[in-house]
Design a protein around this ligand. Sequence first.
Ligand code: CA
Ligand code: CA
Ligand code: CA
Ligand code: CA
Length: 265
Amino acid sequence: MKKLSIFIPIFLTSVLLLMPIAPVQSNSIYLHSYTTTPPVIDGDLNSFVGEWTNAAIQEFDTTSGPSKHGKIYVMNTQTDLFIAIEIDDGANDGNKDFIQIFFDNDDDGTAEYGDDILEVYGDSTFEDRFNKADGSNTLDTNDLGSNDGSGAASYGSGLAFFEMSHPLKSGDTGHDFQLSFGDIVGFTLRYRDEGTGTYSYWPTTSTSEGSTEDYGDIGIDSPKNVVGGIYASTDKLNILTPYIALVGLIGAISTIFAIRRWRKD
Ligand SMILES: [Ca+2]
Ligand SMILES: [Ca+2]
Ligand SMILES: [Ca+2]
Ligand SMILES: [Ca+2]
């Protein structure tokens, strides 16, 4: 019985402390990848060999509006977030086709005033925008903000291609997200296909300001250190978790021994 009374607290402490500390996510879509090599933002996803191979890549079918199949690529360097999209489109309609990425800056599932928006048109026009309080959105530059980032598009064989970049910390607060390593930002995309005159969404079903949405998540990864040829995450929590658990375990054992000694005395 005495052995059990020692074992149970040690076991429970170990279980609690060894439980993985996962980032808060709104759903299962969680894209994150660090790269040391930024892509060339020219609308061509193969400007050089392996340009997007370091990215987190996910295929999708739009969840609202006409069903369109696509693929999203996400990665970040120390300074910028990069996103590429390829999506079904029967015809190239130049600046009438466009992709929009709506961000949920604080990742709380609610679209808010000041949330960041990136837009790239089929003719490679790039716009850095933000959510307004009335549910519409506008250019950052219409509100004394700055146009931060770049974008480009191309088209071929029934697919529209978009590449874009945006600083993690532009300094344009109120119009752009300001992200650090380990941060998670919500996102959804909306595609305008001029040929069918429709909008398609993924993963949310709308982008209304003030509404609660089922956003996907983009994580900002920190640089990876090569340790003996193996990539090791420098995520602080990941590194610290086993040590925290060890300290907790030692604490629990010491307490039990202290109690036993005290009982004997
Ligand atoms: Ca490119
Ligand atoms: Ca929000
Ligand atoms: Ca801006
Ligand atoms: Ca913006």
